[in-house]
Ligand binder design. Structure first.
Ligand code: ASP
Length: 438
């Protein structure tokens, strides 16, 4: 391959209806189409809908399964009717019918097989549909393009729903496929989020994993740059849902981007940065609404990282406090026992702290989790919890930013390093902040 490779990633919001798809085609048309890889997610909220279909499959609730499947089909048919006419419409309609026939026959599968495996056999249909539609639309607009099955080239282990990439094989397979397509001077259209294992079974890389796929394609092909197209102007210093006056970060380092996504900034999937950092491939986050604007650049240089404080909010948090029943000190042994039990029920800890007699940890308040944690720990420990809290992280804080986020709030736990301050906050109302016995 002689000229530099570029990777674009378009998420669900950028292809949520016919008008949005045309905008994507327009962005691609205006770009140099030599050696361009376009990675696309499922359209709009398709993956959520497929998860709802999957849940009704598990419950063997046939009526809901087919009701949701029909709704999802109507959603896609509406989109193609807004994009194609005549023979082109018939052609893509047939493609969509084939996918929905597969979704229909999926219902007959044995629901008692491994759940994550089954999930990975159903959910990728969202990306299959979106990429088929986009590629047909590009073709109709005169853009030479080829549809590439990501399952052929992104090779993973069998850790279903959160598969690990086999980098060596993936690199080899991606380059094999790209060589062919690029020799014919075509744009590559492929799916985000999905891959396959050694048996050829579908695997997925974790929800919102399409950014990561873009990183994988870029790494394997030694791309010059990646652009993630979003509905925001770039990476902002806070979620506009919680902040009125957000500031766009012009330039941050790979390291800072990893820190921000680790603490919960939701603009980029956390796994995306590593492959890019490893090969020093810059990542741009740009607006698909204003493609002419600059966006944010994420690259090696760190000198701008502390220019603007960033705020990351996690709402609906539950804080647990665990004490050994016999009043023994919390030493490594108890801690390893606690961690083992928590990892067995797949608890993801957002922040933790321990004292002589108690271990506290904070997590997203998901249904049934309180009772599952109680079951796992109640024999040896006293377990208390506290709901309705929020976790606020400030990167590059000062006293003013701390005062701003903690104003009128009760601080239940705080941790500071030189660059990061984190607070678990409750309402300033003593009764709701009291620990409840499980
Ligand atoms: N479609 C997948 C999801 O919604 C992957 C992605 O959009 O990144 O999680």
């Amino acid at each position: 391959m002689n000229s530099a490779i570029h990777v674009f990633k378009f998420g669900g919001a950028s292809v949520k209806d016919a008008k949005a798809v045309l905008n994507v085609v327009d962005i691609i048309q205006k770009h140099d189409q030599t050696n361009l890889i376009v990675v696309v997610s499922a359209m709009g909220k398709t993956t959520n809908k497929l998860e709802a279909i999957f849940n009704s499959f598990i419950k063997k609730d046939k009526e809901t399964y087919f009701k949701y499947t029909k709704e999802l089909k109507i959603f896609h048919v509406d989109i193609i009717q807004g994009l194609f006419k005549g023979d082109a419409l018939n052609e893509i309609n047939e493609v969509i019918n084939t996918v929905f026939n597969d979704i229909t026959s999926f219902y007959e599968k044995n629901e008692n097989e491994n759940r994550s495996y089954l999930y990975d056999q159903l959910i990728p249909y969202g990306e299959m549909l979106s990429t088929k539609i986009i590629q047909h639309c590009l073709k109709q607009s005169g853009v030479r393009s080829s549809w590439l099955d990501a399952q052929k080239c992104i090779k993973t282990d069998s850790h279903h729903q959160n598969a690990n990439v086999d980098w060596k094989r993936t690199e080899k397979e991606i380059n094999k496929c790209l060589n062919q397509i690029f020799t014919n001077k075509r744009v590559v259209v492929s799916q985000g989020f999905i891959g396959s294992n050694n048996n050829g079974d579908s695997t997925t890389l974790g929800r919102e994993g399409s950014d990561y796929s873009a990183g994988i394609f870029a790494y394997a092909s030694n791309a010059k740059e990646v652009i993630i197209w979003k509905d925001v102007p770039g990476m902002l210093n806070a979620d506009p849902k919680y902040f009125e006056d957000t500031i766009k970060l012009e330039q941050i380092s790979f390291k800072e981007a990893i820190e921000l996504s680790y603490y919960g900034a939701s603009v980029i999937h956390p796994k995306t940065i590593k492959p890019l950092q490893n090969k020093n491939i810059p990542l741009y986050v740009k607006s698909f609404v204003h493609p002419e604007k600059k966006g944010t650049i994420i690259q090696k240089r760190t000198e701008n990282d502390d220019a603007i404080p960033s705020f990351i909010f996690k709402k609906n948090q539950v804080l647990f406090s665990i004490m050994p029943k016999d009043f023994s000190f919390l030493i490594e042994e108890n801690l390893s026992d606690i961690f083992l039990k928590l990892s067995q029920i797949q608890v993801q800890i957002n922040i933790m702290q321990n004292s002589a007699l108690s271990f506290s940890f904070l997590m997203d308040d998901k249904s049934e989790i309180v009772s599952r944690i109680k079951e796992a720990l109640e024999n040896s420990y006293m377990v208390k919890y506290n709901t309705n809290l929020e976790l606020v992280t400030i990167r590059h804080y000062d006293q003013q930013t701390i005062d701003f986020v903690t104003k009128d709030k009760e601080i239940l736990l705080e941790q500071k390093t030189r660059s990061t301050a984190r607070f678990v906050l409750g309402q300033k109302d003593v009764t709701t902040n009291t620990f409840k016995e499980v």
